[in-house]
Design a protein around this ligand. Structure first.
Ligand code: ADP
Ligand code: ADP
Length: 240
């Protein structure tokens, strides 16, 4: 479902001093080979700066890998650009640590946005958005604005928006890192529910062991741009 083949990413830093030297570079990902089969919840854990964010952004090409091949839903994304890449991205939803909602739009209109951008008609949008708001437990908040919601509710809106285009894959970039433990637990329960009910494949990155323990089937450890360990979650953590 998600496949990375020999993916590397090098950032070139813009030097501030004109010292005539060659540009400084950071190799954020080094020869990543990685596969998440359909229907699984896979976690990537690592310290700050390890390359987690770069890795997950390479899956939907928010960052384009410097070298290597990314395949999602059977489509080689690294071979695509422009409208073809945009179309392929409808098969991949994403949620973020800070929710990234539009403050000027209601809950309903935030979830509707990707569908409006796809050119979907109003009636169809309504038929799509209403059940999504029910799924995330916010059907009574459709007319509220993000500023009126708690952090957990905002993340639920973001989840509904990510699911609007009926993706097969959901990417979660530190999705619970801004939430308290109780809210984190409820968002993780929702993600588990979505994985079971919709058969969605989920890739998440986190720096929190508890997140991995509580919902992931399998986990990879990333360190200094390399995947250094991978195991089923039950085998990854030693028994108490
Ligand atoms: P993590 O998500 O695990 O904290 P990142 O993927 O954000 O790791 O970062 C990996 C490395 O790449 C770090 O050294 C970071 O400073 C560098 N990096 C990340 N994004 C950029 C960028 N846009 N430009 C330059 N360097 C970056
Ligand atoms: P904008 O002004 O940028 O279009 P709005 O938030 O006013 O954004 O609304 C965007 C779309 O979503 C409009 O078609 C609006 O009718 C619809 N909409 C907004 N809130 C609701 C709601 N609670 N229930 C149904 N449709 C809604």
């Amino acid at each position: 479902m998600i496949r990375l083949h020999n993916v590397s990413k090098t950032y070139t830093l813009k030097g501030r001093r004109d010292d005539g030297g060659s540009p400084r570079t950071v190799q954020a990902l080094k020869h990543i080979d990685f596969h998440v089969p359909a229907g699984r919840i896979h976690g990537v854990i690592g310290l700050s700066g390890a390359g987690k964010s770069t890795l997950i952004r390479c899956v939907n090409l928010l960052e384009r890998p410097t070298t290597g091949i990314v395949t999602v839903n059977g489509q080689e994304l690294t071979a695509l650009s422009g409208p073809a890449l945009n179309a392929a991205r409808h098969g991949i939803g994403m949620i973020f640590q800070h929710f990234n909602l539009l403050t000027s739009r209601t809950v309903f209109a935030n979830v509707a946005l990707p569908l409006e951008l796809m050119g979907m008609r109003r009636g169809e949008i309504r038929e799509r958005v209403t059940p999504l708001l029910e799924l995330v437990g916010l059907d009574d908040k459709a007319s509220q604005y993000p500023a009126q919601l708690s952090g957990g509710q905002k993340q639920r809106v973001a989840i509904a928006r990510a699911l609007a285009s009926r993706p097969k894959v959901l990417l979660c970039d530190e999705a619970t890192s801004a939430l308290d433990p109780q809210t984190t637990a409820s968002i993780l329960a929702l993600l588990r529910d979505i994985n079971r009910k919709l058969g969605l494949t989920i890739l998440l990155i986190t720096h929190e062991m508890e997140v991995v323990k509580s919902i992931c089937h399998r986990v990879s450890l990333i360190s200094d741009g390399e995947l250094v360990e991978e195991a089923e979650v039950g085998d990854f953590f030693t028994a108490p």
